[in-house]
Ligand binder design. Structure first.
Ligand code: ADP
Ligand code: MG
Length: 390
């Protein structure tokens, strides 16, 4: 992958594709994590005398102008984060006014464009639209890892018309995720949880080729357990995936570990009864909501020696405190391992939220900013937005 460090950026107009898709609340940025994550690339370009044209999507406006999904609040936040840099905003991402503003831009200044997805051509990877975006700049820098699994005008199309490089955040993502997918230091343990097998099957199959052990938690465990003839009560189960689950179990041999016990309840939203089952079976009238204490100990013992850990998917309904113990305890162990030098990588939207909820984000080697993109990377899929940087 070509790095921004290899580009001659002085005096050049640089189109930076960032991931500024931040949560908003009442017209303000509620969580600026993604903006902060982009600062190393932006500061580097500003300090090296580039004219920075910054672009991103925000939410799902579906090709229409949706005022609530304007990047204006991001502009305000950016000014707070970079008080000594001249930053401008323009109400569109293509057209005459945008061109004029780009022409007025001086070295070390930034122009933030309006939401790319206000134009339907963005998600269609329309060639003319990509060309128009490209016409604004001399160089394309991709730093929005969370978008590289999508072939859009600003992630793939534009690269046809401009010399293209990876920004620092993107490089960091690829470096850490590669530590998982290419020759991970052993023992390598993966922890896979979350709601559904269907969304994770590719990840599980690819990881099984590389891991020493793969620990399963979350609701997907019940589909595996049902396939093994266990009683799963009223727990979530994807019956149409029983056959797939069976194949995975056959191929995995002893690498795949399933929960030995569970936290179960009568009702997720208004629990009256919460119990730890004595074994893998769940009573007919109960719902599995977390891994049990025996499982936590067994998983803790398995992870202890790991030199590489990849974790995707909460191990229970972590959003509710009563059902978050498994996720929390395993999170703490992963954090302790990081301190001992193990490479620990967490990916997935809810997984990252869970790590933050437990305040462990600074104790993980790498928290991937790309939900879908990091999963597809770990699945071993070719990501179109990365291929154009090679
Ligand atoms: P990620 O976004 O990290 O890839 P997923 O979206 O696959 O993770 O799964 C997260 C969701 O799975 C959470 O909302 C969590 O409540 C849910 N979940 C985990 N365990 C269970 C369970 N036992 N029953 C129902 N939902 C569960
Ligand atoms: Mg999710």
């Amino acid at each position: 992958m070509r790095s921004i460090k290899d580009a001659d950026v002085k005096g050049k107009r640089i189109f930076v594709r960032g991931d500024l898709n931040v949560p908003l609340k009442e017209g303000e940025v509620r969580d600026n994590t993604r903006i902060v994550a982009l600062l190393p690339t932006i500061k580097y370009l500003v300090e090296n005398g580039s004219k920075v044209i910054l672009a991103s999507h925000l939410g799902r406006p579906k090709g229409k102008v949706v005022p609530e999904l304007s990047l204006k609040p991001v502009y305000e936040e950016l000014k707070k984060l970079l008080p000594s840099t001249n930053i401008y905003f323009v109400n569109d991402c293509v057209g005459e006014e945008v061109k004029n503003k780009v022409n007025e831009l001086k070295e070390g200044e930034i122009l933030l464009l309006e939401n790319l997805r206000f134009h339907p051509e963005e998600e269609k990877n329309d060639e003319n639209f990509a060309k128009e975006l490209a016409s604004l700049a001399d160089i394309f820098v991709q730093d929005a890892f969370g978008t590289v699994h999508r072939a859009h005008a600003s992630t793939v199309g534009i690269a046809k018309f401009l010399p293209s490089y990876a920004g620092f955040l993107l490089e960091k993502e690829v470096k850490f995720l590669s530590k998982v997918t290419e020759n991970p230091e052993k023992p390598f343990i993966a922890i896979i949880g979350g709601a559904k097998i269907s969304t994770k099957i590719g990840v599980i199959e690819n990881l099984l080729k590389k891991v020493d052990k793969l620990l399963i938690g979350g609701a997907m465990a019940y589909t595996f357990l049902k396939k093994k003839g266990k009683n799963i009560g009223k727990s979530l189960c994807e019956d149409e995936y029983l056959e797939v689950a069976g194949k995975v179990l056959d191929n995995a041999e002893d690498k795949l570990l399933l929960p030995l016990d569970h936290i179960v309840t009568d009702n997720i939203d208004e629990p009256k009864r919460i119990e730890n089952t004595p074994d893998e079976n769940i009573p007919d009238d109960m719902i599995g909501v977390d891994i049990g204490t025996k499982t936590i100990s067994e998983y803790a013992e398995t992870i202890k020696e790991a030199k590489t850990v990849f974790w995707n998917g909460p191990l229970g309904v972590f959003e509710k405190d009563e059902f978050s113990k498994g996720t929390r305890e395993i999170g703490k162990i992963v954090a302790e391992l990081t301190e001992k030098g193990t490479v620990t990588v967490v990916g997935g939207g809810d997984s990252v939220a869970a790590v933050k909820k437990e305040n462990l984000q600074d104790k993980i080697s790498h928290i991937s900013t790309g939900g879908g993109a990091s999963l597809e990377f770990v699945e071993g899929k070719k990501l179109p937005g990365l291929e154009v940087l090679e």
